[in-house]
Design a protein around this ligand. Sequence first.
Ligand SMILES: CC(C)(COP(=O)(O)OP(=O)(O)OC[C@H]1O[C@@H](n2cnc3c(N)ncnc32)[C@H](O)[C@@H]1OP(=O)(O)O)[C@@H](O)C(=O)NCCC(=O)NCCS
Length: 184
Amino acid sequence: MIEDHRILHGVHVVLRPLSTGDLRRCVKWFSDPQVTQFLGRAGPVTLAEEERWYHDYVRHGDEQIFAIEIDGRHVGNLGLHKVDRVHRKADLGIVIGETSYWSRGYGTDALETALRYGFDQLGLNKISLDVLEGNARAIRSYEKCGFVREGIHREDVFKDGRFLNVIRMSILVREFSDRRRPAA
Ligand SMILES: CC(C)(COP(=O)(O)OP(=O)(O)OC[C@H]1O[C@@H](n2cnc3c(N)ncnc32)[C@H](O)[C@@H]1OP(=O)(O)O)[C@@H](O)C(=O)NCCC(=O)NCCS
């Protein structure tokens, strides 16, 4: 069972556990082609599908999904998926669904906050993610946080009539610690 008392504070963002009351907003975002063009998943989704997904998520407990809030407004989600306590690794996913909040530094702030939580609180050694090759804004944001490219899954996603490459990126705890250490 996941704990529901985790509130993480970034510079501008607050990450808090996603709740059922948030799902209608998620349906809106995951049905918006402006948003879904950057995601591996196919849209749109229905509220019933989101509710089913949420029910499974709560039951499994190997992932933690946070709502990203800015000034009290829920603008996106960030998830740590496949949290593996043996190999001390997890996958990360992020979406800012309110497009007017893109490219204002909030995604990077949320990512840094989640990395701190994953490495410091969960004791992870490695956090990885997949990103569509053409998603330059996301890649830039990941690189700003210290993620490096591990490799490419060639033509891994079929989207809008085309096969797209997916880039695998990751960051290790020692790399994250080095970035935090003040320069001598
Ligand atoms: C990806 C996402 C989480 C990034 O969050 P964000 O708040 O928009 O990103 P940030 O503002 O923190 O950083 C984006 C960086 O990319 C830059 N950027 C924006 N558009 C760009 C583009 N087309 N090409 C290259 N860089 C771009 C920004 O200038 C900024 O870099 P800078 O700070 O050096 O100027 C958010 O845009 C989002 O949710 N997009 C839609 C869904 C998505 O792509 N999710 C990720 C799936 S892997």
